[in-house]
Design a protein around this ligand. Structure first.
Ligand SMILES: [Zn+2]
Ligand SMILES: [Zn+2]
Length: 143
């Protein structure tokens, strides 16, 4: 696994800021999710961490602990698969970016630059609290 000392320091600080001990398995988990371009499922994370000698149960527990600590976001995009990604600065709670789910291949993409307008936010609040913004369609590879 590639690791730069500076990157590892900031990851360690982030885990400690969440009130958790910065164990090697947690460091590896957060580093992986920080480098990932899209949210990863339990199975994706467990499979990759197994290469670092982390067992499945530990991988699952760490994902849940780090989600509860506010370091990770857990998304469920209508396909009954929980996926995890790092909560980015300024994106806490309902400010999370939308996701695009390809209904053909199941690929999930982060839409970092897509936001609800203030008017859309007000209008959606009349219906309820938005916890997830999901767009579905066919990705460019499946078109
Ligand atoms: Zn696709
Ligand atoms: Zn995302």
């Amino acid at each position: 696994m590639k690791q730069s000392p500076i990157g590892t320091d900031s990851i360690r600080d982030a885990i400690r800021a969440g009130g958790l001990r910065a164990t090697p398995a947690r460091l590896a988990t957060l580093q992986m999710l920080r480098e990932a371009v899209s949210p990863l499922s339990h199975a994706d994370v467990a499979e990759r961490l197994a290469e670092n000698g982390v067992d499945k149960a530990t991988a699952f527990r760490n994902l849940n602990d780090m989600t509860e600590a506010g370091l990770l976001r857990r998304t469920e995009l209508g396909d009954r698969v929980f996926r995890f990604e790092e909560v980015r600065a300024g994106e806490e709670g309902s400010d999370a970016h939308p996701h695009f789910l390809c209904t053909v291949c199941g690929t999930v993409s982060c839409l970092d630059n897509v936001k609800l307008t203030a008017g859309s936010q007000r209008a959606s609040q009349e219906v309820g609290k938005v916890t997830e913004i999901l767009l579905r369609g066919r990705c460019n590879d499946c078109e």
